[in-house]
Every structure is written in C-alpha cells, then in structure tokens.
Design a protein around this ligand. Structure first.
Ligand code: NAD
Length: 479
C-alpha cells in the first residue's frame, strides 16, 4: 500500500484505489491510499505551518534540494519510465522521455532559485529609493491530469518550491504511481516537514478542499475545461490566485508547397503518438487542395505501419488508451463524426486483446476525412488517437479555419514558404506555434501555455513561471 505524505509522515487513507495497467487490465500496478477532506485539511495545516521558515530559506538550500531531486529522477529514468508506461499507457521511450523532462525541470528550477529577479530604481522624489522584489505566495494547491503523470507535477511542484512556497499536491486518480514515486523522492530530499504534501484522492473531495480552503493562497490546475471552470469559480469567489491549463483542438496546416515527408511526420507524430492523449496533439489537419489527396494517402500508408500494442513492449508505436471511459469517448466521437457526414478513412477499431492475449484498451488510430468546420469532431476535444482532415482552398482560408476554434493552445504549419510561415507565426491565435515541427513536443525551459479557452493566467515553465508563483512587492526607502 502506497500512502499519502502529510506533515512529513506517510499516512493511510480513508479508502484505497487500485491502479490498473491499461495495456493489460489483469495487471495491478499497485494500491494507493485515498485521502479524505479531513486529511487534506491536515496537509494544508502542515504546509501553512512550514511556510514562514521555508519562504525565508536560502537560495542555496533550495538549489541543493531541487538539484538533488532532479539528479535522482534522471538517474532512475528507466525504472520510473517503466512505471509511468505501465500505469498510463504511453510507450516506454515516450515515458522515459517524460521522466527525463521531469528531472530536467527540477534542475532548471534549482538554478532559478539562485536567480530571483528584482529591480532597484531611483524614485521620482529626491532622496528616495525604490526596490521591486518578488516574494512567495504561501501554500499552493496543485491539481494535475492523468496524461503526463510526472512531467506536469514536476513543472508545478519545482517552481512552487524554488520560489519559496509550500505545496499540497493532488495527482489524477488514474495515475497515482508516478506521483507517489516523485513524492517519495521529495520526502528524502531534505525539505523541512510540511513543505511538500501528497494527498491522493478524488477531485470532488480532495480537489474541492484545495479550491475552497482559505489557507490555500493559489491553485494551479491542468485538466479539462469543465473542471477548470469549477476551479476558476471557486477561486474567484474567495479571491485566490489561480492558473488553468486545459484542452486543445490544435490545428496543423499543410500547404501545397510543404515537404510531404515532413508534413506526414508532423501529423502522425503529434496526432497519434502518446495515443493522441496530449493537450498539444494536432487533432485538426487543415490541408490545401493541391496536396490534399497525396497527403491523406501518405498519412494512411504511415498509419498502416503503426504498431498498436503493450506500451512496454519493444517496437510498440502506440500504446493503449488510458481507460475504458476514455476509450468509450473516443469511439463515441468516431460515431458522431460519421453521423454528421464525415468519412472514417482509416482505423478506429477497438482491439480487445493484443497478440499475446492481454486484455487492454487498444484502439487503432483513426483518420477522418471529408469534414466541415462546424462538425463536432472539429470543435470538441476528443483526447484520443482520432484526427480529422479539413480541406482548404489556399493559405488564407486555412488560417481562418485554424483560428476558428474556442481553443488556442498549439498550432502548426508545414510549408517551405517563408512568407506563409512568417505570416502564420504572427496571425495564429495559439499560445505556441510550430513551423515544420509537430505541435506536440516542447522544450522544458521556455513558457508553455495557450490562449482563448485553453489557458487562463500566467504561463507555466521557464522564467515565466515566476509570474504565477510569486507576488511583487514595491518598497520605498528614504535614505
Ligand atoms: P480532469 O479535469 O478530469 O481532471 C484533472 C484533475 O482535476 C484531476 O486531478 C481530478 O481529480 C481533478 N478534479 C476533478 N474534479 C475536481 C473538482 N471538482 N475539484 C477539484 N479538482 C477536481 O482532466 P483529466 O481527464 O485528468 O485530463 C485530461 C484533460 O487535461 C484534457 O482536457 C487535456 O487537454 C487537459 N490537459 C491540458 C494540458 C495543458 O497544459 N493545457 C496538459 C495536459 C492535459
């Protein structure tokens, strides 16, 4: 039994959750304690008590701890990657890559602890000096989704601690294993008791306490739009700071002049890898007339070669969908698209057992063509290996279609035209723009986030993370 970490102690929970391997549903990854509301409040009390001392800890102390955490994560990337692939279903190379990213994030923010920003300015009044500094917020509530079980927790926990905040962390119910492993590393890192707390449990119970408790100064959330709206409403009601990263319906434009190999690689990579379960996945391919048929044929040829199998088996390209409910949602959207008149050009079959007879949530990646912009498949996030194709007359129409969405996380273009690439970089209404690169797959040291319905509040990651995890103070001194 893997317990919660509260006030420096490992505690049993009110209930137990079973972590199931989506590649083989007979495989129990582990049992995890589920905290209740009272335990969540206990964790908040511990974090509140630890805050005054931790917020005044030295940059060297924070650097040493975060750097050591990063070093251990990197050293254990193969083992932690295996656990991640086993509980979430992305392939082993993808999972090991995610773990490495988490390790690098801790090392990046270890460095940031040594570089707190500040300014000293002369006042407009004689003899007066002005200092502008940044201070920690207090206790930060961290709520994360299931699709990046270690990287997203890392990119929230590391900056929170680096800037002197205390943390109460609630991971997604489906993937407690990677979160628990990260908490276990943090529990041995030298952090004073109560600075970091892990409370695994239900969103409606543990998550709700984090939103409503007045001792939580700020909430950082990544997940669905529906839950994000609840986070926003609860935080506004009590004037708490909050940050939301939510869904996407990311477009990738393919122009007539694109390098076909590059375009197909970008589409397949960001549409289907990680089973399409990435908020930055390209789920709408917007293709101009002159290349449309060649491009669709080449994507289908590539899709035929993709091996859908156990996430941890060598040679697997696409692992399973995360669980039965997500698989059901993916299939439902395939049905909706066809009912609305689109064509299922390839894939979409659920595969109940792999070649070894393991029962899992396998779905052959699906390509849907002959779609129109108003179809639900082009407006709503599916969050699976399901990609639609929209036909466009020219670049100008493709740009209109790309921006015609309530979301604005990532957007891509495949083109050899400097003119169109330059125009798209400026006119795309997305937070992240990729030229001749997949929309999914980003660096760890630069800002991450979107516009419109995808994100709310300051950017995550890189130096920009300081905007959320600190508050500015302006000090006037008469010499
Ligand atoms: P979700 O909204 O169902 O859950 C996210 C987290 O919120 C979980 O920890 C959950 O337990 C918690 N939660 C649920 N109800 C709650 C409540 N009432 N109060 C407080 N917390 C509550 O999302 P998910 O299914 O885990 O993740 C998939 C979604 O995440 C997709 O929409 C995807 O696009 C999005 N996502 C976005 C980004 C990004 O950076 N923009 C990154 C990854 C995933």
């Amino acid at each position: 039994m893997n317990k919660n970490f509260i006030a420096g102690e490992w505690l049993d929970g009110a209930r137990v959750s079973r972590n199931i391997n989506p590649s083989d549903t007979r495989d129990l990854v582990g049992e995890y304690a589920q905290a209740d509301a009272a335990q969540t409040r206990l964790a908040i009390s511990a974090a509140e008590a630890a805050f005054p001392a931790w917020s005044l800890s030295t940059p060297q102390q924070r650097f040493d701890i975060l750097d050591a955490v990063g070093t251990e994560i990197l050293a254990r990337r193969a083992e932690l990657g295996d656990l991640l692939a086993r509980e979430e279903g992305k392939t082993l190379p993808e999972a090991v890559g995610e773990v490495a990213r988490a390790g690098n994030i801790f090392k990046f923010f270890a460095g940031e602890a040594l570089r707190p920003g500040g300014e000293a300015l002369p006042s407009v009044r004689p003899g007066v000096g002005v200092e502008i500094t940044r201070e920690a917020l207090g206790v930060v509530g961290i709520i994360t989704p299931w699709n990046f079980p270690i990287a997203i927790p890392a990119w929230k926990i590391a900056p929170a601690l680096a800037y002197g905040n205390c943390v109460v962390f609630k991971p997604a119910d489906l993937v407690p294993g990677s979160a628990w492993a990260l908490a276990e590393i943090l529990s041995r890192s030298g952090l004073p008791q109560g600075v970091f707390n892990l409370v695994m449990g239900r969103g409606s119970e543990v998550g709700a306490v984090l939103l409503d408790d007045p001792r939580i100064a700020a909430v950082t959330f990544t997940g669905s739009v529906a839950t994000g709206q609840k986070v926003a409403a609860a935080c506004v009601a009590r004037m708490a700071k909050f940050q939301l990263e939510m869904g996407g319906k990311n477009p990738m434009i393919v122009l007539d002049d694109a390098d076909l190999g590059v375009a197909v690689n970008c589409a397949v990579q960001s549409g289907f890898f990680s089973t399409g379960q990435r908020c930055t996945a390209s789920s709408r391919l917007i293709v101009t007339d002159g290349i449309h048929d060649r491009f669709v044929a080449a994507v289908i040829e590539k899709m035929k070669t993709l091996k859908v199998d156990d996430a941890r088996k060598a040679g697997t390209d696409i692992g399973p969908v995360v669980d039965q409910s997500q698989l059901g949602q993916d299939q439902e959207y395939l049905g909706i698209a066809q009912t609305e008149g689109a064509r299922l050009a390839f894939g979409g079959e659920a595969i109940e057992r792999n070649a070894e007879g393991q029962p899992g949530f396998y779905l052959r990646p699906a390509l849907i063509t002959d779609t129109t912009p108003e179809m639900r498949i082009n407006r709503e996030e599916v969050f699976g290996p399901v990609v639609s194709v929209l036909r466009a007359r020219d670049y100008e129409q493709a740009l209109l279609l790309a921006n015609d969405t309530p979301f604005g996380l990532a957007a891509g273009i495949a083109t050899t035209s400097l003119k169109h690439a330059t125009h798209f970089k400026r006119h795309s209404q997305a937070g992240m723009v990729m030229v001749n690169l997949p929309t999914a797959g980003v660096d760890y040291h630069v800002p991450f986030g979107g516009r419109k319905g995808s994100s709310y509040g300051p950017r995550e990651q890189g130096r920009y993370a300081a905007e959320f995890y600190t508050v500015v103070k302006t000090v006037y001194t008469q010499a």
